[in-house]
Design a protein around this ligand. Structure first.
Ligand code: SAH
Length: 212
Protein backbone atom coordinates (compact mmCIF):
# COMPACT_ATOMS: atom_id res chain seq x y z
CA UNK A 1 0.00 0.00 0.00
CA UNK A 2 2.97 2.32 0.55
CA UNK A 3 5.04 0.72 -2.20
CA UNK A 4 6.86 2.61 -4.91
CA UNK A 5 4.41 1.19 -7.44
CA UNK A 6 1.48 2.78 -5.62
CA UNK A 7 3.28 6.13 -5.57
CA UNK A 8 4.20 5.83 -9.24
CA UNK A 9 0.55 5.23 -10.06
CA UNK A 10 -0.42 8.47 -8.27
CA UNK A 11 2.26 10.40 -10.17
CA UNK A 12 1.07 8.97 -13.50
CA UNK A 13 -2.43 10.10 -12.66
CA UNK A 14 -1.27 13.61 -11.85
CA UNK A 15 0.59 13.73 -15.16
CA UNK A 16 -2.56 12.61 -17.00
CA UNK A 17 -4.47 15.39 -15.25
CA UNK A 18 -2.06 17.96 -16.67
CA UNK A 19 0.75 18.39 -14.14
CA UNK A 20 3.86 18.98 -16.26
CA UNK A 21 6.65 20.07 -13.93
CA UNK A 22 8.83 16.94 -13.63
CA UNK A 23 10.61 18.35 -10.57
CA UNK A 24 7.30 18.61 -8.74
CA UNK A 25 6.24 15.13 -9.86
CA UNK A 26 9.58 13.76 -8.73
CA UNK A 27 9.25 15.15 -5.20
CA UNK A 28 5.70 13.76 -4.99
CA UNK A 29 7.00 10.37 -6.13
CA UNK A 30 9.65 10.37 -3.39
CA UNK A 31 7.53 11.71 -0.53
CA UNK A 32 5.86 9.17 1.78
CA UNK A 33 2.36 10.72 2.07
CA UNK A 34 1.26 7.91 4.42
CA UNK A 35 3.34 9.31 7.29
CA UNK A 36 1.27 12.52 7.20
CA UNK A 37 -1.98 10.64 7.87
CA UNK A 38 -3.24 8.72 10.91
CA UNK A 39 -2.64 5.01 10.64
CA UNK A 40 -6.34 4.16 10.37
CA UNK A 41 -6.49 6.02 7.04
CA UNK A 42 -2.98 5.45 5.75
CA UNK A 43 -4.13 2.77 3.28
CA UNK A 44 -5.75 5.65 1.37
CA UNK A 45 -2.62 7.83 1.38
CA UNK A 46 -1.90 7.50 -2.35
CA UNK A 47 -5.43 8.14 -3.52
CA UNK A 48 -5.78 11.55 -5.12
CA UNK A 49 -8.05 12.88 -2.40
CA UNK A 50 -8.07 15.11 0.67
CA UNK A 51 -8.32 13.16 3.96
CA UNK A 52 -9.13 14.19 7.56
CA UNK A 53 -6.19 14.99 9.88
CA UNK A 54 -8.21 15.94 12.99
CA UNK A 55 -9.38 19.35 14.31
CA UNK A 56 -11.79 19.55 11.34
CA UNK A 57 -8.86 19.95 8.96
CA UNK A 58 -7.68 17.94 5.95
CA UNK A 59 -4.43 17.00 4.25
CA UNK A 60 -4.60 18.58 0.80
CA UNK A 61 -5.41 16.54 -2.32
CA UNK A 62 -2.19 15.61 -4.20
CA UNK A 63 -3.46 17.12 -7.47
CA UNK A 64 -4.06 20.48 -5.79
CA UNK A 65 -0.69 20.33 -4.00
CA UNK A 66 0.97 19.66 -7.36
CA UNK A 67 -1.00 22.35 -9.18
CA UNK A 68 -0.29 25.02 -6.56
CA UNK A 69 3.40 24.14 -6.34
CA UNK A 70 3.75 24.12 -10.13
CA UNK A 71 2.02 27.52 -10.44
CA UNK A 72 4.11 29.02 -7.67
CA UNK A 73 7.34 27.92 -9.39
CA UNK A 74 6.20 28.59 -12.97
CA UNK A 75 8.56 31.54 -13.57
CA UNK A 76 11.62 29.89 -12.03
CA UNK A 77 13.00 28.92 -8.63
CA UNK A 78 12.11 30.96 -5.53
CA UNK A 79 14.40 31.77 -2.62
CA UNK A 80 12.07 32.69 0.25
CA UNK A 81 8.60 31.22 0.46
CA UNK A 82 5.81 31.49 3.06
CA UNK A 83 3.18 28.77 3.49
CA UNK A 84 -0.02 29.58 5.38
CA UNK A 85 -1.58 26.46 6.96
CA UNK A 86 1.08 23.82 7.64
CA UNK A 87 -1.61 21.27 8.57
CA UNK A 88 -0.11 17.79 8.34
CA UNK A 89 3.09 19.15 6.78
CA UNK A 90 2.54 17.33 3.48
CA UNK A 91 2.47 20.40 1.22
CA UNK A 92 5.43 21.72 3.25
CA UNK A 93 7.45 18.62 2.43
CA UNK A 94 6.67 18.91 -1.30
CA UNK A 95 7.57 22.59 -1.45
CA UNK A 96 10.68 22.60 0.74
CA UNK A 97 13.02 20.66 -1.59
CA UNK A 98 12.07 23.00 -4.46
CA UNK A 99 12.72 26.39 -2.78
CA UNK A 100 15.58 28.10 -0.95
CA UNK A 101 14.00 28.64 2.44
CA UNK A 102 10.46 27.82 3.51
CA UNK A 103 8.56 29.56 6.31
CA UNK A 104 5.33 27.84 7.33
CA UNK A 105 2.70 29.02 9.80
CA UNK A 106 -0.16 27.08 11.44
CA UNK A 107 -2.80 28.29 13.93
CA UNK A 108 -3.51 24.87 15.58
CA UNK A 109 -0.60 23.94 17.86
CA UNK A 110 -1.15 20.14 18.04
CA UNK A 111 -1.16 19.93 14.22
CA UNK A 112 2.02 21.98 14.07
CA UNK A 113 3.70 19.73 16.67
CA UNK A 114 2.92 16.61 14.63
CA UNK A 115 4.03 18.26 11.40
CA UNK A 116 7.33 19.24 13.02
CA UNK A 117 8.05 15.61 13.95
CA UNK A 118 7.27 14.38 10.46
CA UNK A 119 9.41 17.02 8.75
CA UNK A 120 12.27 16.10 11.06
CA UNK A 121 11.79 12.44 10.19
CA UNK A 122 12.07 13.28 6.49
CA UNK A 123 15.18 15.34 7.23
CA UNK A 124 14.19 18.71 5.74
CA UNK A 125 16.54 21.45 6.94
CA UNK A 126 15.26 24.56 5.22
CA UNK A 127 11.85 24.77 6.95
CA UNK A 128 10.95 27.24 9.72
CA UNK A 129 7.64 26.68 11.51
CA UNK A 130 5.68 29.18 13.58
CA UNK A 131 2.48 28.87 15.62
CA UNK A 132 0.56 31.99 14.61
CA UNK A 133 -2.41 33.39 12.71
CA UNK A 134 -1.10 33.30 9.16
CA UNK A 135 -3.72 35.71 7.86
CA UNK A 136 -1.23 38.30 9.05
CA UNK A 137 1.63 36.56 7.22
CA UNK A 138 5.04 36.52 8.94
CA UNK A 139 6.19 40.13 8.76
CA UNK A 140 9.58 39.59 10.42
CA UNK A 141 10.63 37.21 7.62
CA UNK A 142 9.19 39.20 4.69
CA UNK A 143 9.56 39.96 1.83
CA UNK A 144 8.77 36.61 0.23
CA UNK A 145 9.29 35.60 -3.40
CA UNK A 146 6.30 33.31 -3.06
CA UNK A 147 3.37 32.76 -0.68
CA UNK A 148 1.12 29.69 -0.79
CA UNK A 149 -2.05 29.49 1.33
CA UNK A 150 -3.78 26.17 2.05
CA UNK A 151 -6.86 27.75 3.64
CA UNK A 152 -9.40 30.13 2.13
CA UNK A 153 -10.12 33.70 3.27
CA UNK A 154 -13.16 35.59 1.91
CA UNK A 155 -10.80 38.17 0.37
CA UNK A 156 -7.05 38.16 -0.31
CA UNK A 157 -5.52 39.50 2.95
CA UNK A 158 -3.75 42.83 2.38
CA UNK A 159 -0.94 41.76 4.77
CA UNK A 160 -0.03 38.85 2.50
CA UNK A 161 0.09 41.09 -0.58
CA UNK A 162 2.29 43.57 1.26
CA UNK A 163 4.72 40.81 2.29
CA UNK A 164 5.42 39.87 -1.35
CA UNK A 165 8.68 41.02 -2.94
CA UNK A 166 8.32 42.87 -6.26
CA UNK A 167 7.66 40.10 -8.79
CA UNK A 168 6.55 37.82 -5.94
CA UNK A 169 3.74 35.29 -6.45
CA UNK A 170 0.84 34.50 -4.10
CA UNK A 171 -1.29 31.40 -4.68
CA UNK A 172 -4.42 31.44 -2.56
CA UNK A 173 -7.95 29.98 -2.52
CA UNK A 174 -10.49 32.76 -2.02
CA UNK A 175 -14.21 32.65 -1.24
CA UNK A 176 -16.87 30.98 0.91
CA UNK A 177 -17.37 27.26 1.50
CA UNK A 178 -19.12 26.55 -1.82
CA UNK A 179 -17.69 29.05 -4.31
CA UNK A 180 -13.91 29.25 -4.00
CA UNK A 181 -11.45 30.19 -6.68
CA UNK A 182 -7.74 29.50 -6.65
CA UNK A 183 -6.05 32.80 -7.44
CA UNK A 184 -2.55 33.77 -8.52
CA UNK A 185 -1.67 37.29 -7.40
CA UNK A 186 1.60 38.80 -8.68
CA UNK A 187 3.14 41.95 -7.24
CA UNK A 188 4.04 43.73 -10.47
CA UNK A 189 5.43 46.89 -8.84
CA UNK A 190 5.51 48.39 -5.35
CA UNK A 191 1.85 49.40 -5.70
CA UNK A 192 0.29 47.28 -8.46
CA UNK A 193 -0.86 43.66 -8.41
CA UNK A 194 -2.20 41.38 -11.14
CA UNK A 195 -4.71 38.64 -10.39
CA UNK A 196 -5.48 35.51 -12.38
CA UNK A 197 -8.04 32.81 -11.53
CA UNK A 198 -6.53 29.33 -11.90
CA UNK A 199 -9.50 27.10 -11.06
CA UNK A 200 -12.42 26.31 -8.77
CA UNK A 201 -11.35 24.64 -5.52
CA UNK A 202 -12.60 23.59 -2.09
CA UNK A 203 -10.38 24.41 0.89
CA UNK A 204 -11.02 24.71 4.62
CA UNK A 205 -11.54 28.34 5.68
CA UNK A 206 -8.75 30.62 6.86
CA UNK A 207 -9.72 31.33 10.48
CA UNK A 208 -8.37 34.05 12.73
CA UNK A 209 -6.68 33.57 16.09
CA UNK A 210 -4.73 30.54 17.32
CA UNK A 211 -5.57 27.24 19.09
CA UNK A 212 -3.18 25.94 21.80
N1 SAH B 1 -1.37 21.79 3.13
C1 SAH B 1 -1.89 21.21 4.35
C2 SAH B 1 -3.36 21.57 4.42
C3 SAH B 1 -3.90 21.67 5.76
S1 SAH B 1 -5.57 22.25 5.81
C4 SAH B 1 -1.67 19.72 4.31
O1 SAH B 1 -1.36 19.21 3.22
O2 SAH B 1 -1.82 19.05 5.32
C5 SAH B 1 -5.31 23.97 6.07
C6 SAH B 1 -4.61 24.35 7.33
O3 SAH B 1 -4.68 25.76 7.45
C7 SAH B 1 -5.24 23.80 8.61
O4 SAH B 1 -4.29 23.08 9.33
C8 SAH B 1 -5.70 25.04 9.37
O5 SAH B 1 -5.57 24.94 10.77
C9 SAH B 1 -4.76 26.08 8.82
N2 SAH B 1 -5.21 27.47 8.99
C10 SAH B 1 -6.46 27.98 8.85
N3 SAH B 1 -6.47 29.32 9.10
C11 SAH B 1 -5.18 29.64 9.41
C12 SAH B 1 -4.54 30.85 9.78
N4 SAH B 1 -5.20 32.00 9.89
N5 SAH B 1 -3.21 30.82 10.03
C13 SAH B 1 -2.50 29.67 9.94
N6 SAH B 1 -3.05 28.48 9.59
C14 SAH B 1 -4.38 28.47 9.34
Amino acid sequence: MTSQRTRDRLVNRLREQGIKDEKVLDVIRKTPRHIFIDEALSHRAYEDTALPIGFNQTISQPFIVARMTESLLAEGPLKRVLEVGTGSGYQTSILAPLVGELFSVERIKPLQDKARQRLKMIGLRNVNLKHTDGGMGWAAKAPFDGILAACAPEEVPEELKQQLAIGGRLIIPVGGSDNQELKLVIRETETSFSTEVLECVKFVPLLSGTVR
